[in-house]
Ligand binder design. Structure first.
Ligand code: ZN
Length: 190
């Protein structure tokens, strides 16, 4: 006779539990980079100041808006009915979708709780982690935008200088070109 494996099911089918879900709210906040000023004033080593548009609060090539949309960190407890089991073992998940649903919404077993208090504690922990993660991300984002800004300044300053040099060369050439033409014309006239 084959050995029978028994699999532990933490929640019974039909059982009403609490599930922890991340909230999808977004909030409009003042741009953390330009503080709503839409621009940055950069002062170069020679004391020269330039203004550059803020790119943190601008969508692609549009003008800066002075505000950004930011997700509000937060996990919230919700009622959940364990209607079916999807996957087993470490992969065990429950679905609360009705049998005739076209898409099954699934929830990891470690996001489900019998007691509301346990679910609340888990939500608090997850919110804290999410907040830390978002702060790290926004610091990294700011640092990269600052780098872009410094790069833009260097790039455009160089462009100006090289264009000015080109302009000088073109003018000098033009002057050189004019002289022989006049002489040639004068020779022809004689
Ligand atoms: Zn900005």
């Amino acid at each position: 006779m084959g050995e029978k494996h028994s699999i532990e099911i933490p929640f019974a089918i039909g059982e009403e539990v609490w599930c922890a879900r991340p909230g999808g709210q977004e909030d409009r906040v003042t741009c953390p980079d330009c503080a709503g000023n839409l621009k940055h004033v950069l002062t170069a080593g020679n004391g020269e100041s330039v203004e550059l548009e803020c790119r943190s609060c601008a969508l692609s090539f549009e003008s800066p808006r002075g505000w950004i949309m930011r997700r509000v960190p937060g996990w919230y407890p919700e009622r959940f009915t364990c209607r079916r089991i999807v996957g087993w073992g470490n992969e065990m998940r429950y679905s609360d979708s009705l049998p005739d649903a076209t898409v099954y919404s699934c929830m990891d077993v470690d996001h489900l709780f019998r007691d509301r208090a346990d679910c609340d504690a888990f939500c608090t922990k997850m919110t804290e982690q999410q907040r830390e993660h978002m702060e790290e991300q926004s610091i990294r984002h700011l640092a990269s935008k600052r780098k872009d800004l410094a790069w833009s300044y260097t790039y455009w300053t160089r462009q100006i200088k090289s264009t000015e040099r080109d302009l000088e060369r073109i003018r000098a050439r033009l002057v050189k070109c004019k002289k022989p033409t006049r002489k040639a014309k004068a020779v022809n006239d004689v």
